[in-house]
Design a protein around this ligand. Sequence first.
Ligand SMILES: Nc1ncnc2c1ncn2[C@@H]1O[C@H](COP(=O)(O)OP(=O)(O)O)[C@@H](O)[C@H]1O
Ligand SMILES: [Mg+2]
Length: 464
Amino acid sequence: MSTDEWHYLATHVPVLWLVVGPCMVVLLLVGMAWLSSTGWAQRRLSGRRMTRQWPVLAHECGLTLSGWSARTSTRSADVEVVVPYWISTTAHRFGFVARFALLTGQTLEGWQQAGERIAVGWGARRVLIRQDTARSVAVTALMVDPLAQPVPLDTTPLPGLLAVPVGCRDDGSRWVLDLAAVPHWLIVGATGSGKSTLLNALVCSLAPRPVALVGIDFKGGVELAPYAPRLSRLAVDRAEALPLLRALVRLADDRRTLLRERGARSVWDLDDARRPVPVVLVVDEVAELFLDGGTGRAEASEIAGCSSAILRLAQQGRALGIHLVVCGQRVSGDLGRGVTALRAQLSGRVCLRVNDPDTARMCLSDVAIEAVHAAERLDPTRAGLAVVSDAETGWAVARGAAVTLAHARQAAEDTAGLRVPWEQLVPASGHPVAAAGVGGVPELPPHITALLTNAAAEQGAGRG
Ligand SMILES: Nc1ncnc2c1ncn2[C@@H]1O[C@H](COP(=O)(O)OP(=O)(O)O)[C@@H](O)[C@H]1O
Ligand SMILES: [Mg+2]
């Protein structure tokens, strides 16, 4: 039947509406019942109930002003209690954020002390309270656990070339490893705890950026080989790692000379065209580096060479733009003094589920003893859960994004064009600095230089 015929029927045969009308009403009722079954109606109602009951809760939590200080004028002697004004509510995936006006004399700390009672009053798993503006606070209520289900990788761009999203924190915010803020990281976890999955997330986030990725996998390359298309170089044992690490130490020396010549303190102070490409060295199964099989002097000298080179790299801060992400199952002192010295230089810490309390302590005791206890309590049924050191709060529980190896391999293949060739990254042995490229910086492929310049401009805009 054509549209015209339908139109004719609808306008000239009113009896048609006797059939269509009830059908539409039934559909509407079914729709409303479905919405209500999904909890939509309850959520709206409970939201309304929350605002209605806020004065009572605020009073119980000690957040109201009463008595003389609450009087708005000398005549209004019966205005005894003033309740913080509920400014607005915004829903988010795991709950909502409510903003409140601070009353005279109230502080953020006062509100934070009332946090647990507010959470109980609202039936929230947890509330987080932070300053919103000078005169208001934002109260984030988490009604569900953000880490209960595997979390997807959120790749929405962030300001900062080296701020890498890798998962979700327990307050529902993005978990970002910021290599610019904390240059070197240690990731520890037992088999099956989620180390490889976390590396997948890290590689997926870093691969599309203009950075040089280098890999050392001390256990034969099984873990890092899938990222090879994007890696400037991959070493799969100590013998291959030694020249790689020595070349990076030379690169660090060259960069230091460059900074001295330019009178700069950090590569980030150099102008965009002269800034060397940031390097991220991912080291997996680090314990293997230090394990001496007792096969003789050659092995011992290889171990000594690798551990001193990696330590020298770790001792450089963020100034040289060479960053380390070191992973392993254990990092205990029984592996030798080298591992203890290295651990001390890796100030960013991620402790996934570990098999023994000692490993958690090795990883997190510098952060906080509460962090060690939190690591011991991580739910073993939820792989990817970790305690992470955190620039803002000291430490937090987070969960790595569930990124499969296939996904990471695809990301590495898709971004293979951004791979910085090894020969261009590190000058050949004995190469004088000045000959390496413009002003001592080895020449990079032009498309990577362009991306670096854009990233620096975006970073500048982000800061502004
Ligand atoms: N962040 C995560 N979210 C959900 N599942 C995860 C996560 N990390 C790991 N897993 C699950 O645990 C399994 C083992 O993880 P994997 O990363 O291989 O551990 P590891 O490298 O520490 O041995 C994975 O196959 C995956 O099913
Ligand atoms: Mg693994």
